[in-house]
Write a protein that binds this ligand. Structure first.
Ligand SMILES: Cc1cc2nc3c(=O)[nH]c(=O)nc-3n(C[C@H](O)[C@H](O)[C@H](O)COP(=O)(O)OP(=O)(O)OC[C@H]3O[C@@H](n4cnc5c(N)ncnc54)[C@H](O)[C@@H]3O)c2cc1C
Length: 494
């Protein structure tokens, strides 16, 4: 009889762990609290429109990279996958000027220098370092703690110039980096996309991923990608149980015998792979004493290890609205959560027919929310929460219309959601849909996937490696199975 792996959570990490468990010859059952797979990587319908919750860019779309092979193996991508035909990362408008981070670096350089000649030297340096950052590829072959000398030599050879990027931009925040530019438009461009406390190199790597053709958006929306993985899991013989909230991992003498569901049902396992958010994992499913020291340290220092969520609004708008896919604008300051914002973005989804209906496309905005904003939302009563959401929807709508007069009277409200939505739906800590932000003050969190004192629990999920995201999630599922195979002294080539 095959050994049985129980996976907790049917998001990208859970589906990946389940699929790789089957490839490795185990039986696999996934327990998911919601009615559909995908976790954070989903979408939903409102008034006949599809709203996307996730993929702004999917690292690992470039053929020949190790991560692409992982996405293929789990059924998310194939050599025939079609991608959105987008030619830029994002645009910013400031004082009436617009600049764009094109996928074509030369074009970007020319445009930025024209808009901000006083920053020419710094712009040229930026472009050069984005070029170096293309070498930063996600190491998806095996967990780093299993690397040998040969792996380090290979990575050293392929990432020859990348250490220059971490040396120059690894210990300053985006906000600090923005001060190297004199022009307001360059300062805004640097700070607009990611939270300002992020290490500056993250921004360069994100843009480089786009430029390198390694961060495209698969056509058909995020939920469809999760459903393709679910299909692969089932085709390989896996079982997935929905509406099944795991309440406890049952322990006996340093061994997890199985899991207990909310209804009291017990399911036995040889291996347990939790992929849910690690905060509820170590506060509900397992005693807190098993929480790794790196996590305890991070939760105790939220300034160095912030977590990110968003206040988001979706509208339907004319399909003719075509000012670039993602565009940041100046706005009258607006208080969302506990902080005030003078910038906001609009993302138009007309690039994929799934987001278009009767000549209208979905447009969305997301205002970043941090721990202190979550606390604000959490402090509201249900009634106050609804009032605040509605008030902010009207405020956001007004600001979009002010920035884009052609949209006046054209916006149809579809939905609005907050950090509390992610907390409710995915049990996400402070509504965070990534792991801890990588800041200059905090160290990257890298969990080894094993817990001291329990022999057969193998962690996966985006919280195993900051700053999380889809690549970490999918690779962590594979890594958990490789760790199990290693413990059984079997080959880790899967
Ligand atoms: C608005 C938004 C935009 C994003 N954009 C991008 C992007 O462009 N690129 C990118 O790489 N990433 C992006 N992300 C992040 C990405 O979605 C996540 O990093 C990834 O989906 C996390 O996968 P996961 O499996 O680790 O965790 P999750 O998706 O959180 O999955 C965990 C699963 O466990 C389930 N669960 C929780 N508790 C229990 C329990 N007790 N019992 C059973 N099941 C349980 C949850 O319901 C969930 O399905 C975005 C996320 C959001 C929300």
């Amino acid at each position: 009889m095959n050994k049985k792996a129980i996976v907790i959570g049917g998001g990208i990490a859970g589906l990946s762990a389940g699929i790789y468990a089957l490839y490795a010859g185990f039986d696999a059952v996934i327990y998911e609290k919601n009615a559909i797979p995908g976790g954070e990587c989903i979408g939903w319908n409102r008034k006949g429109y599809h709203i996307d919750n996730c993929i702004h860019w999917l690292t690992g779309t470039k053929k020949g990279t190790a991560l692409y092979e992982v996405w293929k193996k789990v059924g998310a991508l194939s050599d025939d996958t079609e991608y959105a035909k987008l030619d830029s990362f994002y645009s910013v408008i400031c004082d009436g000027k617009t600049v764009t981070l094109w996928n074509d670096l030369e074009r970007t350089q020319k445009e930025l220098i024209e808009a901000a000649p006083e920053d020419e030297e710094e712009i040229r340096k930026f472009i050069q370092y984005v070029e170096y950052s293309k070498q930063c590829l996600f190491p998806a072959e095996k967990p780093m703690d299993m690397w040998g000398l040969k792996d380090y030599i290979t990575i050293g050879q392929t990432m020859m110039d990348f250490p220059k990027v971490t040396k120059e931009f690894g210990s300053i925040s985006l906000e600090e980096y923005s001060h190297r530019f004199k022009s307001p438009i360059m300062q805004k461009l640097v700070c607009d996309y990611l939270p300002k406390s992020y290490c500056a190199y993250s921004f360069l790597v994100s843009y480089a991923t786009m430029v390198d053709g390694n961060g495209k958006i698969p056509m058909g929306a995020s939920l469809q990608m999760s459903l393709r993985m679910e299909r692969r899991f089932r085709e390989l013989g896996g079982k997935i149980v929905y509406n099944a909230s795991v309440e406890e991992i049952v322990l006996e003498k340093g061994y997890a015998t199985g899991i207990r569901l909310a209804g009291g049902e017990f399911a036995e396992a040889d291996y347990v792979i939790p992929t849910l958010d690690v905060y509820p994992l170590f506060h509900k499913l397992l005693p807190e004493k098993y929480m790794p020291a790196e996590l305890k340290q991070a939760y105790a220092a939220p300034k160095a290890y912030p977590s990110t969520s968003g206040f988001q609004v979706a509208f339907a708008a004319s399909e003719k609205f075509d000012r670039g896919e993602t565009i940041f604008i100046d706005i009258d300051p607006i208080k969302v959560g506990s902080r005030s914002f003078d910038r906001m973005y609009v993302k138009a989804y007309g690039y994929d027919p799934i987001f278009v209906k009767d000549g209208k496309q979905v447009i969305q905005t997301c205002i970043t929310q941090l721990d202190e904003d979550y606390e604000y939302w959490k402090s509201l009563s249900k009634e106050e929460y609804d009032i605040m959401k509605n008030k902010l929807v009207a405020e956001v709508e007004r600001r979009i219309e002010e920035a884009f007069p052609e949209l006046k009277g054209d916006l149809e409200f579809l939905d609005a959601w907050t950090p509390l939505t992610y907390e409710r739906y995915c049990n996400a800590y402070h509504g965070s849909y990534m792991s801890f932000i990588t800041t200059p003050q905090g160290k990257s969190v890298r969990l080894k996937g094993k817990l001291k004192g329990i022999r057969n629990i193998y962690l996966a999920g985006q919280w195993t490696s900051s700053p999380g995201g889809l690549p970490v999630a999918v690779a962590s599922g594979k890594f958990a199975i490789q760790r199990i195979l290693k413990s059984e002294k079997r080959s880790i080539d899967i």
